[in-house]
Design a protein. Structure first.
Length: 194
């Protein structure tokens, strides 16, 4: 099971990282186009809820003074590279695993923060953010499993946690996605359900 999860993690890092990197690069390009021409209707404005222009104009979409998409581009590129290294058969050391878990944790926390911010503060979502939110969950979950695989089990709690994750990783993903969908549809119920 562990070897299979290593391969799954490598593919998730590569494909999820690549999808996130493309989405964040496209979002950054839309943001730059919007800055050049403030009246421009963005191609990612799909409806009154999925409205990239409103999201990208909000101050929280540039938390550190530059677009959040730039951070996403860098983090997703690093995770994609990590996945490619694993797919090519490289045997990573503990530091590599620590960096991958650290990046995926930061990605997940930032993604979930912006998910909540989009729903409850901005009141709109960006289609490119959807991609980041969707891929950040499995990237984190499988990076955590990968990190735990050769960690010395100094406590029964850690060993039990690893067994729980190994048995339930798919269920965790499904529940996480269902919870995010439920929060999305509950928040925007008046638009979707009249």
């Amino acid at each position: 099971m562990i070897k299979k999860l290593q391969k799954i993690n490598a593919w998730i890092l590569t494909s999820g990282g690549l999808a996130g990197m493309v989405a964040m690069t496209w979002q950054a390009a839309e943001r730059i186009a919007m800055l050049k021409n403030p009246g421009k209707i963005l191609s990612c404005n799909l409806n009154p809820i999925v409205d990239c222009g409103t999201v990208l104009n909000h101050r929280l979409s540039a938390l550190f003074g530059f677009p959040n998409a730039f951070i996403g581009m860098i983090v997703f590129a690093m995770l994609t590279l990590s996945g490619v290294l694993l797919l090519t058969g490289n045997k990573p050391n503990r530091q590599f695993k620590n960096v991958v878990l650290g990046l995926s944790t930061i990605l997940l926390l930032f993604s979930m923060w912006f998910f909540g911010t989009s729903l409850y503060v901005i009141g709109k979502v960006c289609i490119f953010c959807f991609v980041g939110w969707v891929v950040s969950v499995p990237i984190f979950l499988y990076s955590l499993l990968y990190w735990l695989e050769d960690k010395p089990k100094k406590s029964d709690g850690l060993a039990k946690f690893q067994v729980f994750l190994l048995k339930n990783h798919v269920n965790i993903l499904v529940v996480w996605y269902l919870l995010m969908l439920a929060l999305y549809f509950i928040n925007f119920r008046s638009y979707y359900f009249g």
